[in-house]
Design a protein around this ligand. Structure first.
Ligand SMILES: Cc1ncc(COP(=O)(O)O)c(C=O)c1O
Length: 347
């Protein structure tokens, strides 16, 4: 058994994923007589309304939702190529599912360490089924394109007959930066995937939103892929709790992320990327190799019961590593100075 976690700076800590506590919270949401299909229907409607889309569909995972969205766009346009950042989740974590299952090709655009720019897009000459933009771009420190860039890039795609798809795994966390209604951000995209378990801190699951025709086709693919779960209500209930209780706190999380980053940068041992976080997710650059940072994080946990992320990333500089911090409910328990002092111990 792993040691007991006393406090945690990890968004998906076991502390926040305690099945007993979760079930207690869910019981209040499921009064006697609740039909098994009701929570999913409510969730889909709530998210369609929030995003200003005519329809929305539950999926067991974002992986399935996004591959499906791209498949539908590709079939409609008769094109097989989608453009996305080199770090897109589809290229990094899905074992080339888009290619193996759907015969789609990923055209990487932009630099590995930077956001996609309009100039990067201008170099794409082949006709695209879709442009996929991830908000925020997680692997480079949760960076967001400025609003005008977002408008320019999505317009570029639409003018060329390509669909626009948002990897909105962390759209909820991106909204405070833009300070615009979710529906206004979503309007730039034909399809939007959102996650139920990242910022919303639910159990698992995803929702894909778009126009009625696209979502009907997505439902067909969801069945073909084995994702049409009849009893997805526990995941939907957890997602509804997230919408009610966690979504309204995204501004608070961003403010705390910024306070933590300011303390870390003032302390001077580590520094953050970006210097001022744009979302509640950001990177902490440590002056030690990643193996050293990971081992120190584990040691800190064993000695104190305080959990920090253990998977430090390589940065290209062998003497430096990056830790991703994601500020949610659990991280609010730590003062910014305390976080800076804990990170100083990663050496
Ligand atoms: C940016 C991004 N997109 C898509 C996904 C896929 O979500 P899921 O884990 O529900 O398949 C993830 C999951 O980490 C993600 O971070």
């Amino acid at each position: 058994m792993a040691p007991e976690i006393r406090r945690s700076l990890v968004l998906h800590s076991r502390l926040r994923r305690d099945p007993h506590a979760l079930l207690r919270g869910m019981l209040d949401r499921v009064p006697p007589g609740t039909r098994p299909d009701a929570p999913v229907a409510e969730l889909e409607q709530r998210i369609a309304d929030l995003l200003g889309k005519p329809a929305a569909l539950f999926f067991p995972s974002g992986t399935m939702a996004q591959q499906t969205a791209l498949r539908v766009h590709a079939d409609r346009t008769g094109r097989r190529v989608f453009a996305a950042h080199p770090h897109t989740h589809l290229a990094q974590w899905e074992e080339q599912g888009h290619q193996a299952v759907h015969h789609l090709l990923h055209r990487p655009v932009g630099d590995h360490h930077e956001l996609i720019t309009r100039d990067d897009l201008a170099r794409v000459t082949e006709p695209l089924a879709a442009l996929l933009l991830e908000l925020p771009q997680r692997d480079i420190g949760g960076l967001l394109p400025e609003w005008d860039d977002l408008v320019a890039q999505t317009s570029w795609a639409r003018e060329r007959g390509a669909a626009t798809h948002m990897d909105g795994a962390r759209l909820w966390e991106s909204q405070p930066y833009y300070d615009r209604p979710l529906a206004e951000i979503a309007a730039l995209f034909d399809t939007v995937y959102v996650s139920l378990y990242k910022g919303l801190e639910g159990v698992r699951g995803a929702v894909l939103a778009g126009d009625r025709e696209t979502i009907d086709l997505a439902a067909l693919w969801r069945t073909r892929l084995g994702g049409a779960l009849r009893d997805a209500w526990p995941l939907a209930v957890a997602g509804l709790i997230g919408l009610d209780e966690v979504l309204p706190r995204m501004g608070e999380f961003l403010a705390h992320a910024r306070a933590i980053a300011a303390a870390v940068n003032a302390d001077g041992y580590a520094r953050t990327r970006p210097a001022v976080p744009q979302t509640s997710i950001f990177h902490v650059l440590l002056p030690v190799p990643r193996q050293v940072a990971s081992a120190a994080s584990l040691r800190l946990f064993r000695e104190t019961g305080i959990e920090l992320p253990v998977h430090a990333r390589a940065t290209g500089d062998p003497d430096r590593s990056a830790l991703e911090l994601s500020v949610g409910v659990a991280a609010l328990e730590f003062t910014p100075e305390e976080v800076a002092a804990l990170l100083r111990r990663l050496r």
